[in-house]
Ligand binder design. Structure first.
Ligand code: PBG
Length: 342
């Protein structure tokens, strides 16, 4: 009101001097840093590692340039290199020698993850080890649970699957996992896992719940990495419909009630709205998984010379943190640790 009044009475250059205008501090990098709201830190990131029982040498993952499947004998070394870069946590995925219909490799005392955990813990006990708790890599049919086929349809049997997930989580905890991360999306698995961990004396083992995990096209490259594409059907009967935000919030609430320590939203960039709402509504430590397809998209644009990798990745990660992520799972964790140091 005042400004309009002046404007009619005085020439504009005078108004600029008299009326307070908000301004942005952007003159120098130092000044911009001083007022920057979101600062990335190496402590924000978790590095996923794929460990295979079938390999002697590391094997590049074609769909994810720069990522590898690692043989068991290299896993401790890779983990301690990650720690030397300043990273605090790794997320382990296992590729077993054999798959079957009971996913027995997932909970065997000498399964690939159990061996990997013991090997990492003997070399760097202070690194936080998080394990993916899911059955898809261990099932011959590639689904995340026990299935029954009726004619043309298949069902995932929720409670039977939860039993196997509980066994898996317990065996990971016994082998040294600091946190287990159930990514299967069966109902009631967080409560069942929490109860079993407490009953067996693993009350210090935490749970990261993939609480809002959507049935997404962006997992495509991962399924090559983890050798876990479903042999029939898809995962829409147990992963979430990407049209549903309120349902996602209800799922998160349930997982928190059942005892999740950290809740996760996945994938990342197409779901920033949910990340924000989950962080705002529940105030729980919130993780986001920047998934394989999101990684592959940027990588291929970089390979074509269309994007600058470092600038783009730093912008994406800052956006995830700004939207509420306390923890970011990313295949760029190692590079980020280096870039943030330079
Ligand atoms: C299931 C699991 C998947 C991912 C993490 N855990 C695949 C799926 O649900 O189909 C995807 C991660 C990524 O795409 O980077 N064990």
């Amino acid at each position: 009101m005042l400004a309009t009044h002046f404007c009619t009475a005085y020439p504009c250059f005078l108004v600029r001097r008299l009326v307070h205008r908000p301004r942005r501090l952007r003159r120098s990098p130092a000044l911009r840093n001083l007022v920057r709201e979101t600062q990335l830190s190496v402590h924000d990131f978790v590095l996923p590692l794929f460990v295979s029982e079938k390999l002697d040498e590391r094997r590049p993952i074609g769909s994810m340039p720069g990522a590898f499947q690692l043989p068991l004998k290299q896993i401790a070394d890779q983990a301690s290199r990650a720690r030397d870069l300043g990273l605090q946590a790794v997320l382990l995925f296992g590729i077993p020698q054999n798959k079957d219909e009971q996913a027995s490799g997932a909970y065997s005392e000498n399964g690939v993850i159990q061996k990997a955990l013991r090997s990492i813990k003997s070399k760097c006990s202070d690194l936080v080890t998080i394990t993916d708790v899911c059955l898809c890599e261990y099932m011959s049919h590639g689904h995340c649970g026990v299935t029954r086929i009726d004619g043309d349809h298949f069902h995932v049997l929720n409670d039977e699957s939860v039993e196997l997930l509980v066994k898996t989580a317990l065996s990971h905890a016994a082998a040294g996992a600091d946190m287990v991360a159930p990514s299967d999306m069966m109902d009631g698995r967080i409560g069942a896992i929490r109860e079993a961990l407490d009953a067996e004396g693993f009350d210090q083992t935490g749970i990261i719940s993939y609480a809002a995990k959507f049935a997404s096209s962006f997992y495509g490259p991962f399924r090559e990495a983890a050798e876990s594409p479903p042999q029939f059907g898809d995962r829409r009967s147990y992963q979430m419909d990407f049209g549903n935000a309120n349902e996602a919030l209800r799922e998160v609430a349930l997982d928190i009630d059942e005892g999740a320590d950290i809740v996760m939203v996945k994938p990342a960039l197409p779901y920033l709205d949910l990340l924000w709402r989950v962080r705002e509504r529940f105030g729980k430590p919130t993780a986001v998984y920047h998934v394989s397809g999101e990684y592959a998209m940027v990588k291929s644009a970089v390979e074509k010379g269309l994007l600058d990798e470092r600038a783009t990745v730093l912008e994406i990660m800052t956006a995830l943190k700004r939207a509420g992520a306390d923890v970011i799972v990313t295949y760029w964790a190692r590079e980020l640790a280096k870039w943030l140091r330079d």
